[in-house]
Design a protein around this ligand. Sequence first.
Ligand SMILES: *Cc1c(COP(=O)(O)O)cnc(C)c1O
Length: 330
Amino acid sequence: MTSSNLIPRIHFAALPTPIEPLPRLHAALASETGGRCPNLFMKRDDLTGLALGGNKTRKLEFVLAEALANGARTLITVGAAQSNHCRQTAALAARAGLDCILVLSGEPEEHPSGNLLLDMLFGAEIVWTSRDDREAALQRTFAAAWDSGRRPYLIPLGASNALGALAYEAAFREFLSQNTPVDWMVVASSSGGTQAGLALGARLANWPGRVLGISIDEPEDVLAGIVVAYANQAAERMKANARLTPEEIHVNADYLGEGYGIAGAPERESMRMFARQEGVLLDPVYTGRAAAGMIDLIRKGFFQPDERILFWHTGGTPALFSNRYSAELI
Ligand SMILES: *Cc1c(COP(=O)(O)O)cnc(C)c1O
């Protein structure tokens, strides 16, 4: 049998993550929609561990195995100043006894907060750059680390590549083993690796449901193309014959709002609803946007009332405590 189980992985995530019903959120939306709210569940990947959890924990299990096999001594990655992926990579490097260099778009903060504060607490070296120069700065940083003998290993944006997708193929099988049948999965989709793995897992299991990615920052066709590419690289890596096409990837890009990392009224509303109905924290960049999309689709009657939806919570909690967002959220 082909499976991502055959790919080297170092286990440190707190798995399996629970699946929980969302009864009070359901009741609130049912009363708004005249009883037309589908059943709601949540997969708690905000509880994966590794410095406050999130979807990057699963991906980094596969990434670390490859980095160590390559003799890496320094992890280098890239993201926004409040990147959850960078925070988790910094924690992982500390835990594994490796150096960490983060190439961040933005500017140094006088009083670092949220994920950036944690990056510094973990001892990561930070290279500041602009959004436009970010990939080039990453390449320069990698080359300099290589030339000075630091044995760098480069983790791409969001740890999205074949390995990141393989981690979510495994996560999909974890979901199946939990015997909570659902018709839809709704997940925040940005660099695409998470959705790629879930879509691949769904296809390999002949799962009858649908994985709906709520785009955080890309148009539909661009994101679907990225998701397919990672899914197929992952399939190849695990020697599965399956190949996905963009037509079978479900992406909704109606909720981009004012752009990446700008929390608007929909994000604030969904964060408040999850907090006040369920005592659950969403984040302003990813899960707040994905939940806002899901809630809007429920209100519009996109789902059938007898369907079951799993909201795949991907983490991001530390961004709540960043100066960038905290003032706008309440
Ligand atoms: C990175 C991230 C995502 C997006 O996952 P991708 O695999 O990049 O699409 C969603 N939610 C949170 C909290 C994240 O940090």
